[in-house]
Design a protein around this ligand. Structure first.
Ligand SMILES: [Zn+2]
Length: 351
């Protein structure tokens, strides 16, 4: 397996990698960084677990705590704790694991290669089947820098159509450069943005072994392109950053009107559990859907009134009753969300 990761030229951004004929996965094995010789019983439990992993030379060892939680017979996920994108070695988003009898499908790839490699080792504890596909909910930094780990193992990378726009934008490169500083050493010169093998532009269903995956394309809602995956027969929905339960969503940079519309159209009556892009699994999908929809509507309503009355943002924010949200995880994002909606409504009002 280390052989497959030994792509010395893959330190270059992927757009260039794809053009490099010499990027042959079958080059010599990479030396490992921390062997068992480095293990010490004085390490905290999480560090001890990670010290047992043979980290390839180009992947920085991570020492955070990561636990694979089972959602249903075939489905697991890891849950990033609330925080900023650079807290906790970048572990603040979720990733899903779908075990089929024909290989593993991963949903989202976490915010650093180190986290993805860590996830891979957790997957190894529940199955010895290869990771055959990674489906990404959207191309935002906190969900994609781990893709290279699975790509180098031979997995097919699947993404919504909007990822193409992200890759063509300055944002992709600028964000990577920013994270190479703010998340160093876990995002470093060896980290690159993986180009998807397959773009999905309309609702699509495919099967992997005994599992049916329905990809629900949502267009540009939370990001330039978003999708969800419904997994059958478990009837679990991986909702990306579009449905949350009891946790403040990230609204800035989204198209909140389209987002709201998509949520209203979505039929989740058959869904048993929703695994969001951040935060805990929801066993009450209708409640999660209603929470996200109500939050978006509350932002629009409260900031809309302020714009209409020509109230300055600071004053409007201070006057708004946030009591139903302020004890929730990621409430820090609320002010940014409110400001984003305020500016958007203000711009619309003068059109
Ligand atoms: Zn996210």
């Amino acid at each position: 397996m280390l052989k497959n990761l030994a792509c010395r030229f893959c330190i270059l951004p992927v757009l260039f990698v794809l053009l490099l004929p010499g990027c042959d996965k079958k080059s010599e094995p990479v030396p490992v960084k921390n062997s068992e010789a480095k293990m010490s019983s004085s390490l905290p439990p999480a560090a001890e677990k990670t010290a047992a992993i043979l980290w390839p030379e180009h992947i920085e060892p991570s020492h955070i705590d990561m636990e694979l939680k089972q959602t249903s017979p075939r489905i697991y996920y890891v849950e990033g704790p609330p925080g900023t994108p650079t807290d906790n070695e970048g572990f603040m988003s979720n990733a899903g694991v779908i075990i089929t009898n024909d290989g593993v499908v991963v949903f989202d790839a976490l915010g650093t290669p180190s986290l993805a490699y860590r996830l891979y080792h957790l997957i190894r504890q529940v199955t010895d089947k290869p990771v055959v596909k990674v489906v990404t909910s959207h191309y935002h930094a906190d969900h994609i820098y781990g893709l290279q780990v699975f790509k180098e193992m031979g997995a097919e990378i699947i993404a919504p159509e909007g990822a193409r726009d992200y890759l063509a934008s300055d944002e992709a490169e600028n964000r990577l450069n920013e994270r190479r500083e703010s998340l160093f050493p876990w995002v470093n010169e060896h980290t690159y943005v993986v180009k998807p093998d397959r773009y999905i532009s309309e609702d699509t269903t495919f099967t992997v072994g005994d599992v049916k995956l329905s990809l629900i394309v949502l267009g540009s809602t939370h990001s330039q392109g978003d999708l969800m995956v419904r997994v059958e027969p478990d009837n679990v929905l991986f909702s990306g950053d579009l449905i949350f339960d009891g946790r403040i969503p990230f609204v800035a940079g989204s198209n909140p009107e389209i987002w709201l519309q998509r949520l209203k159209e979505l039929d989740i009556s058959q869904i048993n559990a929703v695994v969001p892009g951040h935060g805990a699994v929801s066993r009450n999908p209708q409640q999660a859907l209603a929470f996200t929809r109500d939050y978006l509507e509350y932002l629009h309503h409260s900031m809309g009134e302020a714009v209409e009355n020509l109230t300055a943002f600071e004053e409007a924010y201070a006057q708004t009753d946030w009591s139903q949200y302020e004890s929730m995880p990621a409430f820090l994002a609320n002010r940014v969300n409110a400001y984003f909606i305020y500016l958007r409504l203000e711009a619309n009002s003068v059109k």
